[in-house]
Design a protein. Structure first.
Length: 68
């Protein structure tokens, strides 16, 4: 993942890929180009971005939304 200014990057072991969180909008992208909304990103931040891989795969496949 090529790093750009204005984004915070982390490697998420459970997903086996990097994520990028926009410092202003809080939009989150994974290395496989899955986008999480600011609301989803805030939910994941509470869990230190430790999202179960199966949940991520379902979101990617169905382009769903995480809810609390």
């Amino acid at each position: 993942m090529q790093e750009k200014p204005g984004w915070t990057y982390s490697y998420i072991e459970i997903l086996g890929q990097h994520i990028a969180v926009n410092n202003t909008t809080e939009v989150l992208y994974t290395e496989d180009k899955t986008m999480y909304t600011p609301e989803e990103s805030r939910l994941l931040k509470k869990r230190n971005y430790q999202l179960p891989k199966l949940v991520h795969q379902v979101k990617k496949l169905f382009q769903g939304t995480l809810i609390q």
